[in-house]
Design a protein around this ligand. Structure first.
Ligand code: PA5
Length: 434
């Protein structure tokens, strides 16, 4: 059997007894049935569930467009927010070079990739234009609703910018729109202008959409093998459809975090020891925050980058208010490694590390931190990823999507709506219209 993503919940044994996991199994069974038989709240948004197993007619088009963009653009701008942004960014940051945009084009073999439309900072936007003004540009605007203000505002500026730079006819070929196939303002504008279009299926909500064209086009432009991403997600479909907690790490993760919640653990820290996980953690924060935080319930998702944050928030985690638990993302085989060299006079007294790899040192930091936090009464979970490849990215995405849906049903909420997001939008619109 090949390697897969693994969950180690051994560090929670001081907090959860084996019989508690046994007793929660029937609730997992119910959640599983609600999801798989499409009987739960939000059932009309479960199109993501068997998405990796479906025939993807649009995939060929995604790849063709990506090829065109790689050939014709020096800069590719992805315009979107929330579920229309974080998945693509998480994939690119995790799998590509840390300084991707600064690499020489021959090494990058494709355009530099920038993101816009995920806030309303005029400074950010004008600085972005300063960087891309003289380059050959293509862009992808992504919005399911087609009315999200942050995205629409950025697109309005970029559309005008592209039309001024290239003329309206050429600009039309350089703007790719990913939106709802049937409705929305963006869809109407797209039909009028004739932009190349990709779709977000109506049955897949924004935060569950990374494996659709929403994520796959930017990934493909960035050189990520999207077939392998989908293959990993397909493996995830098989692995995480088993009902037994002992055999399904995604369900076990959902069960353990729910048991911890019942014991007063209100915050989950998703920790990584690789900075390239930063946007993946942002994606996870949205997935769990928007799916669970409702009806006055839910675990608050917090992102942490260790060992960096150990020097800022480590004190609190070790010793502050005890309502936290931590889940560590660990890569077994790093993308690249360094070995500490011996120095003759040992001026910095680091020779005791000579011959050891940075990954090994990081692994010791991880083990030491998990032990310390466990003894500080912070339960720990560890999710091990064999290596960072498109295949395991797809599997990891599916792991969390499945765990999140089951977690939502365990908690008794609708994991697929986001009524709270509307509240700020409504107030902002009222204020803007005054
Ligand atoms: O998960 C969601 O539905 C949201 O976070 C959306 O993805 C986000 O608000 C962006 O919406 P849209 O794609 O409609 O512009």
């Amino acid at each position: 059997m090949g390697k897969n993503i693994a969950l180690d919940d051994g560090y929670t044994s001081d907090f959860i007894q084996p019989h508690e996991l046994e007793y929660i199994q029937p609730e997992i069974d119910t959640a599983h049935r609600l999801l798989h038989e499409e009987r739960g709240a939000g059932k009309e948004f479960t199109g993501w569930l068997d998405w990796p197993r479906r025939d993807h007619a649009e995939l060929l088009r995604v790849k063709k467009l990506a090829r065109q963009i790689r050939e014709n653009a020096e800069v590719f701008i992805v315009v979107g927010i929330g579920g229309s942004y974080l998945g693509a960014r998480s994939a690119l940051e995790l799998m590509n070079h840390t300084f991707f945009n600064q690499l020489v084009p021959e090494k990058r073999q494709g355009p530099a990739i920038y993101f816009a439309g995920h806030h309303m900072s005029a400074a950010f936007f004008s600085h972005l234009l300063d960087v891309v003004r003289e380059k050959e540009i293509m862009l992808n605007v992504i919005s399911k609703s087609g009315t999200t203000l942050e995205t629409a505002l950025a697109f309005r500026v970029l559309r005008r910018f592209m039309e001024n730079k290239y003329g309206r006819v050429e600009a039309r070929k350089r703007i790719i729109v990913t939106t709802d196939p049937e409705k929305g303002l963006l869809k109407e504008l797209t039909d009028r202008e004739g932009y190349p279009t990709l779709t977000i299926p109506g049955s897949i909500g924004g935060r569950y959409s990374v494996l659709t064209a929403v994520g796959l086009l930017p990934m493909s432009v960035g050189g990520v093998d999207v077939d392998a991403v989908l293959a990993g997600a397909r493996a995830g479909y098989q692995l995480y459809s088993v009902q037994k907690l002992r055999e399904n790490p995604a369900y076990r993760y959902a069960a353990v975090r729910n048991l911890l919640y019942r014991k007063g653990k209100r915050l989950e820290l998703l920790v990584s020891y690789e900075p390239s996980f930063y946007y993946f953690i942002e994606w996870w924060k949205q997935l769990f925050g928007e799916s669970e935080g409702k009806d006055q319930k839910g675990i608050f998702p917090v992102g942490m980058n260790f060992t960096t944050d150990l020097h800022s928030l480590g004190q609190y985690v070790q010793d502050g208010y005890r309502n936290l638990f931590a889940t560590t993302l660990w890569i077994e085989q790093p993308q690249t490694d360094l070995v500490v060299q011996e120095e003759e006079t040992d001026p910095d007294q680091l020779n005791y590390l000579a011959g050891r790899s940075w990954h090994e040192i990081n692994a010791r930091a991880c083990a030491g931190t998990m032990l310390a936090h466990t003894s500080g009464r912070v339960p720990n979970l560890k999710i091990s990823i064999p290596e960072i490849t498109p295949y395991f990215y797809g599997q990891l995405v599916y792991f969390f999507q499945k765990a999140c849906a089951i977690s939502g049903y365990l908690l008794g909420v609708n994991p697929f709506d986001q009524p709270g997001v509307e509240a700020y939008k409504k107030n902002m619109m009222d204020l803007l219209q005054q």
